[in-house]
Design a protein around this ligand. Sequence first.
Ligand SMILES: Cc1cc2nc3c(=O)[nH]c(=O)nc-3n(C[C@H](O)[C@H](O)[C@H](O)COP(=O)(O)OP(=O)(O)OC[C@H]3O[C@@H](n4cnc5c(N)ncnc54)[C@H](O)[C@@H]3O)c2cc1C
Length: 602
Amino acid sequence: MWTWQAAVADIQHLLLHVLGAPARWAAQPAFADLDGDTAAAVLSEAGRFAAEVIAPLNAPGDQQGCRWSADGVRTPDGFAAAYQAFVAGGWPALAIAPEHGGQGLPQALNAALFEMLAGANHGWTMYPGLLHGACEVVMHHGVSALRERYLAKLVSGEWLGTMALTEPQAGSDLGAVRTRAEPVDGAVPANGVAVRVSGSKIFISGGDQDLTDNIVHLVLCRIAGTGLPDAPAGSKGLSLALVPKFMPDGSRNSVVCDGIEHKLGIHGSATCQLRFDQAQGWLIGEPHRGLAAMFLMMNAARLHVAVQGVGHLDAALQNASAYAAERQQMRAPQRPAGSTAGAGGDPIAWHPATRRTLMTLRARTDACRTLALWTALWLDEAEHHPDASHRAAAAGHVALLTPVAKALFTELGHRSADEALQVFGGYGYVREYGIEQTLRDSRIAMIYEGTNEIQAIDLVQRKLLDDGGARAQALMAVLAEEAARCAAVPDLVEFGQALDAQLAAWRQALAQLQAGRGDDADYPLRVADDMLAGVGHALMAWAWARIALAASNPAQAPVAGRPAADWLASARFGLQWLLPQAQVHWQRVGQRTAALPWLASA
Ligand SMILES: Cc1cc2nc3c(=O)[nH]c(=O)nc-3n(C[C@H](O)[C@H](O)[C@H](O)COP(=O)(O)OP(=O)(O)OC[C@H]3O[C@@H](n4cnc5c(N)ncnc54)[C@H](O)[C@@H]3O)c2cc1C
């Protein structure tokens, strides 16, 4: 039986003690009134909601799935009521500024909320998952008439938004988008101008649903029309349009859901084919600058997908450890102190191979969760810190951390679900125990929001090379502070040394890429996935160092949940058993001349 509890105590410990969030919030006027106790209470309530309202719908929602008819999509039983409870609880507006009707809490709390929701039920969480990003787009790019009409309803969650980018011929390559937006009555294209939108979008999450009375589609399109010059080719000619399902006068707009996908996982999430047939809408943001406007939503969405990975990691860990504690097979060579041998055999949790798997999941979850919350803290500072130079530095850190977080956590989330399934043996392969659902659901996170390969290219080209390595050096300087702190604590010297070694490997890899790209433009792309994995391991080394330092400091002791010794053991395991993998990735990045042959059939 699939089991899930909100890891509230762990999240509270990491955010409030290990990462010292309250002190960081105190330096930002927007959060100056937020203390640790209030944040802890918000996290507890979020965990209660996820565990009591959302998690029970996970398996039934998977089995029932969404149903399509020409009248619209029906989500699984219970999804709509749970969404109403989510809205009534004020959760959609958690991290939206009070002047726009939100609660003005930090993104870090929103990231924790969405990690718990995704762990509890990925399919359901897809619906509100894009809401924050949609609000940001309307808030920052909408003209006042659009803001007045749509923002409050999105902030409250009364209406949901979609991100309509993908078309059959335009997946990773958004420059190939063909959907047209024609200004009404030959108007000059400008922000806020009314348009008629025509084209087909596929794979649109929540493109139709029965949770809200209206849906606000944010549609990537190309301006076209008689007498207008052609929009520039490629991604530079893309614009953004807001197209509602229902018009302000209540009439049905000509946006049609022609079907939903039948897919591997997240069966509770409707993945829709949408047809825009001269649908009415308005340009949002400047003409031909649609991708820049959409990036606000895509960046929010990437961090959101990153925390889905953490949610899956945690669900995998919880289920594997619960099963391993119950299932007895053979005698283990050793047993934990104070325990007695089982009647028929020992719990499989005592066998070294299983212990190693469980600790792998534990150490990954701790590291990835720490990094996700840390990224969200920088995101808040990039927006709210009073010092402009600090804001700029924080934005640089977020830019670099986001693609790594998206790709690393989702890969580890899925891989961990697979390793957790192995702990169940044959029972993992059958539906009853639910871990097979976690394996299926977690797979999509590696694909959407820019595949993990596209994240790696973004990291290498835009975030590491295009600025001459400045962002990387700035982030590494922050990471190095932890290594210095570890060096001063006798028990933690190995953490400092390991982190220093990772930073040295990162610097060397960066230099190799900078030196090699001139002669061979293919080279950075060949090794981009390894570069991302190497940087990811360096970041995990930092997280384990940070966790270990907190575990050794009585002033940062956990107030609930796992004792400090448990956190330290997990961090040390990560360092000793998982970090060696980094070497493989750094080594591959260094193989400048390694041939990459063409597959004969390609
Ligand atoms: C369940 C689900 C929900 C989705 N939700 C949404 C949504 O809400 N809104 C939306 O707009 N889209 C959504 N998508 C679409 C999703 O974002 C795309 O599937 C994704 O961007 C990849 O595009 P593609 O499927 O066309 O694959 P392709 O772009 O054809 O890629 C195929 C493979 O080629 C690789 N590849 C492509 N180009 C390169 C390159 N330059 N370098 C290296 N490798 C490359 C990719 O990494 C991938 O492995 C969803 C998809 C699914 C399945």
